[in-house]
Design a protein around this ligand. Structure first.
Ligand code: AMP
Ligand code: MG
Length: 267
């Protein structure tokens, strides 16, 4: 799955990447789903020891175009983990109080504490994406944000946070199909926002904004991964694999028990 990493200092090259790529897994969808089950069990075990050890912090950032699959990723990849140690923060249009502060103010409060996994469903990256595409602040202001973001994430990393950032990469055709499904299926209509159509017209502007954001902010401490996301099973598999690998590398262990537990008899 290493091929999906945006190497620090190199262009993300989003447009050149295949949204249907499956080269990271040799099997078909059925085999893929079986593998995801195994990865779910591994992640469940890793999250338990992360929580018990209480040493490391883990931040997962999810960004995508509309319908890119952020919600489905959270549901499937973290299936089976303990809600006590996993928290999701969804970043919507800023409130007036949030807008009255710097753009990282609302974000910092949701970063993970020791032993926790925090999942960002959208993030501070909106402040160089939607904000850029819609000129919500002047260019000279959003342009300085790449440096702020790198410094902010370096601070989190220096203080013990493992950061993994995922761009769920779908094609424009796949978005069309998913928007149509939202219109057609009564249980999905709540997700359809007419505003998404206006955003869809700005597809090229968003690709440009993502390209620069990922290129400028993929670092050793906080790398970006461009995940082929037209196939949901493959998206889940790729993200699960990358998270499990990263958590395994932390070499976590359960805290040593107190001395003398062997002699204890509970009356
Ligand atoms: P959804 O993810 O469908 O619930 O939509 C959330 C909306 O909030 C999206 O349209 C985002 O672009 C928007 N949003 C999130 N963060 C910001 C931000 N910092 N500035 C402006 N809009 C934002
Ligand atoms: Mg939406």
């Amino acid at each position: 799955m290493h091929c999906y990493r945006v190497e620090p200092g190199q262009a993300a090259q989003i447009a050149a990447r295949d949204t249907r790529d499956v080269q990271g897994f040799p099997g078909d969808k059925r085999a893929g789903k079986a593998r995801i089950k195994e990865l779910n069990a591994q992640l469940e075990a890793l999250q338990e020891v992360l929580y018990a050890e209480g040493k490391h912090k883990v931040l997962i950032v999810l960004q995508a175009m509309d319908t890119g699959g952020k919600d489905g990723t959270i549901r499937h990849v973290f299936d089976g983990t303990n809600p006590q140690g996993v928290k999701v923060a969804s970043f919507k249009k800023p409130t007036s109080s949030e807008l009255a502060h710097d753009y990282l103010w609302r974000v910092h409060n949701h970063t993970p504490g020791s032993g926790e996994i925090a999942i960002f469903n959208r993030s501070h990256y909106e402040d160089v994406l939607v904000v850029r595409v819609h000129s919500l602040v002047p260019e000279h202001r959003w342009r300085r944000r790449y440096d702020h973001i790198n410094a902010f994430e370096q601070l989190l990393a220096d203080e013990g946070t493992t950061i993994l950032k995922f761009f769920l990469h779908i094609s424009k055709d796949e978005q069309k199909a998913r928007l149509e499904a939202r219109l057609d299926e009564p249980h999905k209509q709540w997700k359809f926002a007419k505003g998404d159509l206006a955003e869809r017209e700005l597809w090229g502007d968003y690709v440009e904004a993502y390209e620069e954001a990922l290129t400028r902010t993929s670092t050793e401490s906080a790398p970006w991964y461009v995940i082929p996301a037209d196939r949901k099973w493959y998206r889940n598999l790729a993200i699960s694999t990358i998270i499990v690998d990263a958590l395994t590398r932390l070499g976590m262990k359960y805290p040593d028990p107190e001395d003398g537990l062997d002699d204890i008899k509970i009356e």
